[in-house]
Design a protein around this ligand. Structure first.
Ligand SMILES: CC1=C(/C=C/C(C)=C/C=C/C(C)=C/C=O)C(C)(C)CCC1
Ligand SMILES: [Fe+2]
Length: 334
């Protein structure tokens, strides 16, 4: 018997991922272009914190249904789902405790983990959008993660310093001299080389996206660039994948309808998002201003990112081609 098609996969013929992938691609490129456009016309000036804070808040819900993702795939019942949600919360809590115990090393590990998570998010999304199986692509992922996160952090080191200093007591929040320059000298040529390699492989959209990301992180105010990347690019693309994971969405997505799947996502994400926002508001009440908000948000983001990145890594494990054809032995034919 042929196995059921996996609801979380994409192919070129309009199965569930095509519509959300198109929408997410459009939203991310338009949002990035808008932030760049404001910079080159009016200039963000001292309002550049708005896209950062807005993006961080907008990005929060993208991990809010993580606990459902394995349940969608593995058809779990409520008991397993509850146990998994508890485990997820436990990993987040342990990370939070570790972060507050050793904020300096924890922040460094968090930034590297984030770059990896962003980079692999890009390559996996591009694979699925193109109808390819998700493949391990460590080098392109490192370059993309570096471009999306490390370049804004280096370029925005001055603005980030007070936030980092608030998160890491006793530090001045700056990078050791020379580190920033070395990072830029590695990541920017590597991004150019990646774009060229993609062009040579006629992967036009992906090549254009490397260019768009480069323009975003080099032209927009650095922290604004990161905010729009996080909230409107990374989070939106991840949400597109999660929509395609929910078996309840198959018929709507196959018909190109995004409204009902988005409503289902909003309902499922509402409670966890409100819970995280409540914790954030509670913690923030002790610290004023947007820098205080971001400084409060960082350990919380780190705590949530560890289980989130683990779930996404599981989702991204190299797998068979989207339009699966299995040989009778059960092995996947490629
Ligand atoms: C250090 C630092 C930042 C880093 C934020 C990071 C690293 C966020 C990662 C989020 C992830 C990975 C979420 C899950 O998908 C900011 C806020 C840009 C500005 C100030 C200094
Ligand atoms: Fe994420």
């Amino acid at each position: 018997m042929r196995p059921l098609p996996d609801p979380g996969t994409a192919d070129r013929t309009g199965t569930p991922f095509a519509a959300p992938a198109r929408a997410a691609t459009t939203v991310s490129l338009v949002a990035a272009a808008a932030v760049v456009l404001v910079e080159v016309t009016a200039g963000w000036g001292d309002r550049a914190w708005l896209p950062l804070v807005g993006g961080l808040l907008l990005g929060l819900p993208h991990g809010a249904v993580d606990h459902l993702v394995p349940a969608y795939r593995l058809r779990w019942g409520p008991a397993r789902l509850a146990a998994f949600a508890l485990g997820y919360a436990a990993v987040a809590t342990v990370t939070w405790v570790l972060f507050t115990a050793a904020p300096g090393p924890a922040l460094a590990v968090f930034v590297l983990l984030s770059a990896w998570h962003f980079g692999t998010g890009e390559t996996a999304f591009a694979d699925l959008r193109a109808g390819r199986p998700v493949r391990r692509a460590a080098l392109p992922a490192a370059v993309l993660g570096g471009l999306a996160l490390l370049v804004p952090l280096v370029r925005g080191a001055e603005e980030a310093a007070p936030v980092v200093a608030a998160v890491v007591p006793g530090s001045d929040g700056t990078l050791p001299p020379g580190v920033g320059t070395v990072l830029l000298a590695v990541v920017l040529p590597a991004a150019a080389a990646l774009a060229l390699a993609l062009l040579l492989e006629t992967r036009w959209t992906e090549a254009a996206e490397v260019g768009a990301l480069a323009v975003l992180v080099l032209v927009a105010p650095p922290l604004a660039a990161f905010g729009v990347y996080f909230g409107c690019w990374h989070a939106v693309r991840h949400t597109a994948r999660v929509l395609a994971e929910d078996p309840a969405n198959v018929a709507d997505l196959a018909a190109g309808r995004l409204g009902p799947p988005l409503r289902r996502f909003a309902v499922a994400a509402a409670l966890p998002t409100v819970a995280v926002l409540a914790v954030l508001a509670l913690l923030w009440s002790a610290a004023g201003g947007w820098r205080g908000l971001v400084a409060t948000d960082l350990p919380l983001l780190a705590a949530l990112t560890v289980p989130h990145a683990l779930v996404v890594a599981w989702l991204d494990r190299p797998g068979p081609a989207p339009a699966r054809v299995r040989a009778p032995s059960g092995r996947v034919a490629r």
